[in-house]
Design a protein around this ligand. Sequence first.
Ligand SMILES: Nc1ncnc2c1ncn2[C@@H]1O[C@H](COP(=O)(O)OP(=O)(O)OP(=O)(O)O)[C@@H](O)[C@H]1O
Ligand SMILES: [Mg+2]
Length: 220
Amino acid sequence: MTIIALKNMTKSYGPRKILSDASFHVQDGDFVGIVGRSGSGKSTLLNILGCLDTADRGEYFFDHQLIQSKDEKQKTILRRDHIGFIVQDYGLIREKNVFYNIALPLLCKNVPKKEIQYSIETLSNSLHIRNLIDKYPDQLSGGEAQRVAIARALIRKPKVILADEPTGALDEAAELNILNLLQNLNQTDGVTIVLVTHNQVVADLCKKRYSILDGKIVEV
Ligand SMILES: Nc1ncnc2c1ncn2[C@@H]1O[C@H](COP(=O)(O)OP(=O)(O)OP(=O)(O)O)[C@@H](O)[C@H]1O
Ligand SMILES: [Mg+2]
């Protein structure tokens, strides 16, 4: 089953076309890597897939729903309930501690406190951030902030994970740990994953690889 379908998308910034009549499909349960040079449009594409940005032309269907027909509130709910987004600059809330940052997607849904605590304990163990739970984002290293952002993306057990260079700030051991976690989610729970990476080792672990070339999304 197709979970993501982009049809003939065009997206420009000023005179520059980033995506030009581009199409892209992701099947339920896929593990897709997007590679390509800096500035080619990878984050732009991921932002459109995550309903954070819209294209100028074309259609985007997420789980067979036409995204252009949704208002901002509907898109927020869809994102919160079905998409785990790991953004390139982590997107943590500076004024709140790590626990709150991870819990945020659950707090919006009025999940019982005990359940939240249990979920955070499990995740923070597997991501090795248990000791950071009371800290604030500006007290974290880049790699620690990245793992907190990953925990927040995973906590609602989303159908789809969109990850923009999720391991860019990590050392090799931490990177492999995250990749194992993502592969497990993909293989065991059937979570669909679309990740942007510059790292060939990471790209090689993906089941399919695409690149953005001259505004088109091509399989490589
Ligand atoms: N809001 C914006 N306004 C104008 N130009 C933008 C905007 N966002 C991105 N761009 C431009 O669009 C192009 C694609 O940007 P994007 O962030 O998608 O690249 P990327 O492939 O993710 O690069 P990187 O690998 O460096 O993260 C770049 O040339 C960038 O400067
Ligand atoms: Mg980018």
